[in-house]
Design a protein around this ligand. Sequence first.
Ligand SMILES: Cc1cc2nc3c(=O)[nH]c(=O)nc-3n(C[C@H](O)[C@H](O)[C@H](O)COP(=O)(O)OP(=O)(O)OC[C@H]3O[C@@H](n4cnc5c(N)ncnc54)[C@H](O)[C@@H]3O)c2cc1C
Ligand code: SF4
Ligand code: SF4
Length: 642
Amino acid sequence: MNETTLTYRRYEEGDHKYSDLTENIFKAGWSGKCPTYVHRAPPCQAACPSGHDVRGWMNIVRGIDKPTNGMSWQEYAFWRMVEANPFPALMGRTCPALCQDKCNRRDVDDHIGINAIEHYIGDWALEKGLSFPKPDQETGRRIAVVGGGPAGLSCAYQLRRKGHSPVVFEAKAALGGMLEYGLSGHRCPRDIVHKEIQRVLDMGVEARVNTAVGVDVSIEDLEKEFDAVFWGIGAWSGNPVPVPGWGDAPNCIDGLAFLRAFNEGRLQYLTGRTLVIGGGNTAMDCAGVARRLGTKTDVPADLRPERVVLGEVEHAPTPVSERAPCDAWIVYRRPFAAAPADQHEKDAVVDEGVEIHESLAPVEVIRGPDGNATAFKVIRADWSTGKMVVQEGSEFEIPCDLIIAATGQSSVFKGIEALDNGKGLIAADGYYQVASRPGHFVGGDAIYPDLLTTAVGHGWKAAEGIDRYVQSLDLMKRPRVDIHRFDMADKLSEAGRGPTEYDHEPLRGTSDADFAIHNYTDRSDMEVVTTAKLFVGHFPVKPRNVRIVNQIGPDCVGDTRSRLNALTEEQIIDEANRCMSCGLCFECDNCVIYCPQKAVFRRKKDERTLGRYVDTDYDKCIGCHICRDVCPTGYIQMGLGD
Ligand SMILES: Cc1cc2nc3c(=O)[nH]c(=O)nc-3n(C[C@H](O)[C@H](O)[C@H](O)COP(=O)(O)OP(=O)(O)OC[C@H]3O[C@@H](n4cnc5c(N)ncnc54)[C@H](O)[C@@H]3O)c2cc1C
Ligand code: SF4
Ligand code: SF4
């Protein structure tokens, strides 16, 4: 595809009937249908688990939605972002960007670099030292937040914004959960983790670290001291590989414990060949970390890596010059192409010298006389039918020194066993409330292990439930499209033209009433706009601005450089200009230009705001629907007068 490639065709190859536009126009002339403006949710936003107002920040970056108080556009975009998610610099680096997978622009050329824009704005705000304001009013309600990971911190942040006083209980010495102890530093730089968390604490969020609920504090203590409880305890127990010998060999270890030992600086090197079993992001992190750690030879038995991972000893700091590259393998049951880890993570580990051994089903751990694993027995699997068919007689042993399981997680319930739903997780109802435990809410990996943005989204939704619970209000059913949405009333109010309070006086007709927003329907809580509703012919092909990825390469022992580089200011504006603003006017003027009746007109400058850029003179409109046909964003619907 090049920049002259057509992005829209009215007729497909082989079509021999054409629709008579003139005929349609005249038919429409007496159909009585005129344009009305309908706001729908864009798919990027609907796909983002934290419900980011993606289109909103795109329109700020490209300059359509301007701040009214002299604020810079970067800051305005930042405030819009953190409505949903207080960690934009981290999300921009680590989120697998489900939003991009669903972006309508993929039907034209390539998705918008949403994640890269988040990265830029997040970094900009950190550089400028922006802090979150304290709430204007204190409610006096105290909420216990158990777990200082992304779910707990997001919940605490949203509660604090509402004026409540959350107290975060964290079992570990540092906040952050997997951001601190799980994801490797080359993907998730710790200075950024600490700064984005500090910004939440500075709002007046209290944190009690080294305090495990269930061990140091009981559920009953929390119930006595607090008005509600949020459980964001994550899923910290790695599942073992279910084969004979696994539980008996000390050098068959849990990937989460391995990463934690590395992230705490206790583990400085490996020995011999390391196998990582699994194909998710945790497996990629373990393999990437193994390559960065490297190996030492002649390591005494009591300093072997598994002893460190099990917390029995710590390695002394070991210079890179004393470590050789690690022979790290990923062993995966399915074809590697089907592995659930993000493609760029898979590409990166291959670039960094990890060997991929795919379609190998685990059979047994082979142990030596000292009980340690000496090899991992596997059998070849054929997936050509979509199901695993093991190839009888194809078993073989892979000699190794360490085997790391990265094959799923569950929560740890020490002292809080009553919360376990029997599957190692916590069951939630539709309000993110712990099943049959009013006043206890839950979110993040504790419900089901997923992503950072999912945990942040749960924290926000649970905070909304908690807010209502502590006011003794009924919990509200979550909308079908559960996102942070553009609100026309807020936008009009920002421009000093918000709707007035409804006075409940009897009125005949509302066409002149100031309490109503006229000729506008908001369907964004129930409807997502697809490409079929857009006029994509408006958009020429335009290549995506792609972030430069540092190719670390196989010589990576001790390498802590992060992989992703942010785009420049010019690049992100260019990228935001690619956004098709699905579901909301972006002021392209097509309807004004193409209306044959000159019925569509631009509103006066002082009456315009986002989504209120044009209006229709219904005395002139003949219902030809050309405005709808040429609206690139799908904001116009023929219907008024139906
Ligand atoms: C190796 C790895 C790599 C990943 N990579 C990515 C990625 O690239 N992108 C992505 O989006 N997601 C990734 N994830 C998933 C992501 O990290 C999780 O989905 C997310 O951290 C879940 O947040 P959480 O707050 O629910 O749980 P956690 O981050 O696990 O935090 C839970 C917190 O609760 C604390 N806690 C637990 N029990 C108690 C208790 N009883 N009392 C007090 N505190 C307690 C824990 O110490 C922890 O700090 C990865 C996960 C792993 C393991
Ligand atoms: S948090 Fe992830 S899914 Fe949501 S907008 Fe950002 S990159 Fe997209
Ligand atoms: S084009 Fe823009 S609004 Fe539409 S889905 Fe993509 S990012 Fe979202």
